[in-house]
Design a protein around this ligand. Sequence first.
Ligand code: ADP
Ligand code: ADP
Length: 211
Amino acid sequence: MFIVIIGPPGAGKGTQAKRLTEEMGLIHLSTGDIFRENINNRTELGVKVKKLLDNGILVSDELTIEIVKDRLIDLGFDRGAIFDGFPRNVVQAQALDDFLRDNGAKVSVALSIEVQNEVVIDRLTGRRTDMKTGRIYHVIYDPPPVGVKVEQRADDIRETVEKRLSDYCETTVPIIEYYKQRGILSVIDGNADVDDVTENLVKCLSGEVLL
Ligand code: ADP
Ligand code: ADP
């Protein structure tokens, strides 16, 4: 099954997608993680996109779609995936639909995690990531254990967060309507505790999982 998780930066997409992959055996496909891995490994792609990511600027549709297609071809279409951070706009959503259709697959459900802006700013400025494992922490809500080396993302400073949030409203919110019109949208309250959000997401998906 292919699932799309939508939500503003800090909504908990990465946190929840990682939990869902553990619960459901799906693959987590995060375009942000792919770009950051490439930046850390100083690949050609990483060098190309570093400045964009550091400043919260979206990578071109062409490059992003190409990377997702390559990753899907590598993974195959049998196990399904949870897309996190992709699609980011209607052009990407259409490209994903076309590509999956050409390969006999489709997006079965789009989960929109809704969170208030103040909550998101608080979450992002406190977000820390274990660079070795990719595990996401929060300095207050989910503090990293002593001895675990964590880093703050360059784009998680307040000014960049505000830009990313306004881009989300302008560019990404229209895909919520896109999936609604296709009858596959579920909306989840992301303000609750991590465990409660996971429980609600699993409930939303349980009908789908049985299909
Ligand atoms: P996104 O992938 O949507 O940008 P993340 O999953 O990285 O969001 O979460 C952003 C920050 O908020 C992280 O520090 C994470 O630990 C924290 N977080 C995620 N979900 C919750 C929640 N339900 N309650 C409190 N903090 C959360
Ligand atoms: P967040 O989890 O905070 O929403 P992501 O990890 O999804 O952030 O994205 C971080 C950055 O990676 C974005 O600001 C952008 O530069 C780039 N990026 C990730 N996904 C996409 C995409 N689908 N299209 C264009 N740029 C992307």
